[in-house]
Write a protein that binds this ligand. Structure first.
Ligand code: GDP
Ligand code: MG
Length: 444
């Protein structure tokens, strides 16, 4: 991963160093992105779709206000990489029932046994009782390998050193875990067989016997984009719920492994970044790409662009006349993020605003006071029901009391917010009316 991070951070530094982006430099930057991705073993079609989209968007979209075109290019690169890696947000790693049965499958050497121990440690740290079952009867030493790891991470262990029958070990193991009231059972399986067909058949038999809540496919990232073919082969025999990509630390092909697995339709949940049981990470496309491109500045930039975009959406809502307390809630969030940069604030004639609110725009010193009020309003909005947010008109005295109590404020505070809402509403109607009049005047 290191070479990939270096290549991208160098590229970002170069973009930052440009005076401006003309046709020639844009082409050059796009070519460099292609080179980096191809070197990371990302397939040619994925690479070209990423760079094409960046190019199109860079030509068609205008950077949000306050964002330079260089920053915008970096942002587009960020967004398109995140998209290629499966989109926004970290996957849920919650254990949804107890006991939860997690089955690991994958070819020999992919890292299943190590991964079993990593997952055990990960969930033990989340206060679960975790048990490990070894059903690999082919690889000499598999039993001791997992037994030792289990001791290291303080997980329960079940295995049968001399058995040749994975299904019977599994049955006994599941009984053992049940007796010991384990929350999470992790089933390690074999990867060595005479041929692929046999391996997949055994995986299917174990699946039918264990009826796991989740099947996690373990893939060695050093195989690069071939990871897709492997994923698809396993998918034909057992439903794959998630993927654990191992050895991300020791390959230059991580990009290929990631993008190809995602293209095959599987969800990457974790990555392994070293041999030690602690070297496990939840896979989050946003965080991952931030790291690739060199965190720091990027996070601030993304935050800024997101807030500006959100605000534009809110403005549109307001202009369409769709004003309710939910709009106000989003508006407050956006103002708290953007501070004095906020466009929404400019929209409001100062004289119409409550005193404290005016302070935001005029008096920096009193900014924190105003922020305090915004926070209070946010609490109030948080203790309203969805229905109340959408139809503020239903909020009567008894509702006000309940809301105030929930937010830890006085009913007067709630009324103040409701007044602000009424004010906004009147203002917007006025603006709309004057626009219509204006429209008539200029003959629209
Ligand atoms: P299995 O045959 O699928 O059970 O694979 P093992 O768990 O025995 O692992 C095979 C090899 O890969 C061992 O040497 C592990 O230490 C190594 N390994 C597993 N995960 C990682 C990882 O995330 N990073 C690195 N560098 N090595 C790993
Ligand atoms: Mg193993």
């Amino acid at each position: 991963m290191k070479p990939l991070i270096d290549a991208f951070t160098n590229l970002i530094a170069r973009i930052r160093g440009l005076n401006y982006i003309d046709e020639a430099t844009l082409k050059e930057v796009l070519r460099e992105i292609q080179r980096i991705l191809l070197r990371a073993d990302v397939s040619a079609d994925v690479v070209s779709s990423i760079t094409k989209t960046i190019e199109e968007r860079f030509r068609q979209e205008r950077p949000p206000e306050g964002v330079t075109s260089k920053e915008f290019l970096v942002y587009l690169l960020y967004q398109e990489l995140v998209k290629a890696l499966g989109g926004e947000g970290a996957p849920s790693v919650d254990i949804t029932k107890r006991p939860y049965k997690l089955m690991l499958i994958g070819v020999e050497g992919s890292g299943k046994t190590t991964t079993a121990a990593k997952l055990a440690r990960f969930y033990i740290r989340r206060n679960l009782r975790v048990g490990l079952i070894e059903t690999d009867v082919y690889r000499p030493g598999a039993y001791y390998q997992l037994k030792q790891l289990a001791e290291k991470v303080n997980a329960l262990f079940y295995g049968e050193e001399n058995s040749r029958d994975p299904l019977s070990i599994l049955r006994h193991g599941l009984e053992y875990m049940q007796r010991n009231k384990v929350d999470l059972v992790i089933i390690d399986t074999a990867g060595r067989h005479r041929n692929e067909e046999e391996l997949l058949k055994e995986a299917r038999a174990i699946y039918d016997e264990a009826k796991p809540d989740e099947v996690m496919l373990v893939i060695d990232a050093t195989i690069g984009r071939q990871a897709a073919a492997q994923t698809e082969a396993f998918m034909r025999y057992v439903p794959i719920n998630s993927v654990f990509l191992t050895k991300m630390d020791s390959t230059a092909k991580a990009g290929g492994a990631l993008t190809s697995v995602i293209k095959s339709g599987a969800r990457i949940k974790f990555i392994g970044v070293g041999e030690d049981v602690d070297e496990i990470e939840v896979f989050d496309a946003n965080k991952f790409v931030s790291r690739l491109l060199g965190m720091g500045d990027l996070e601030a930039l993304i935050e800024k662009i997101r807030a500006v975009e959100e605000e534009r959406e809110i403005m549109e809502e307001i202009e369409e006349g769709k004003l309710n307390l939910l709009t106000i809630k989003k508006q407050l969030d956006s103002m708290m993020k953007l501070g004095p940069l906020s466009k929404i604030m400019e929209l409001l004639p100062t004289s119409m605003l409550p005193i404290q609110y005016r302070a935001i725009m005029t008096d920096e010193e009193r900014m924190s006071n105003a922020q305090e009020m915004l926070r209070r309003w946010r609490h109030i909005l948080d203790s309203m029901t969805k229905e109340e947010l959408l139809n503020p008109e239903i909020i009567n005295a008894s509702r006000i009391r309940r809301i105030a109590k929930g937010a830890g404020v006085t009913p007067k505070d709630v009324k103040e917010l409701l007044n602000y809402y009424q004010l906004m509403k009147r203002m917007i109607n006025q603006i709309k009316k004057s626009r219509r009049r204006l429209g008539r005047l200029i003959g629209e």
